[in-house]
Design a protein around this ligand. Structure first.
Ligand code: SF4
Ligand code: SF4
Length: 94
């Protein structure tokens, strides 16, 4: 495993939709970080209410998400967490 792959694995973000309240704070904080405006359409995280399920949500990330973690910081319900490093010192020599 390359050094780059190890570092990337440490930056993954877990989304637990069962804890999501649909507040959109993550989307607003993401868009504010990116372009200084509160714009849901510009967010790299998308939260959608499931059809016919008023309290159930789907959380996805666009390919442009750079895993900065701002959305994790501002989620008030603990639905977003940083994934712990999966691989550590596996064949990397450091
Ligand atoms: S990790 Fe950063 S870029 Fe990705 S969705 Fe969250 S705030 Fe946006
Ligand atoms: S900030 Fe957290 S609870 Fe609110 S919509 Fe985003 S993931 Fe769901």
């Amino acid at each position: 495993m390359s050094r780059k792959a190890v570092k990337k694995s440490a930056l993954l973000i877990n989304a637990d939709a069962s804890k999501c309240a649909g507040c959109m704070t993550c989307m607003l904080s993401c868009s504010f970080r990116l372009d200084g405006t509160f714009n849901l359409a510009a967010a790299r995280i998308q939260v959608r209410r499931l059809v016919n399920s008023p309290n159930e949500f789907e959380i996805t990330f666009t390919d442009e998400c750079d895993r900065c973690g701002v959305c994790v910081t501002y989620c008030p319900y603990g639905a977003l967490t940083r994934q712990k490093r999966l691989f550590k010192n596996v064949g990397t020599g450091f």
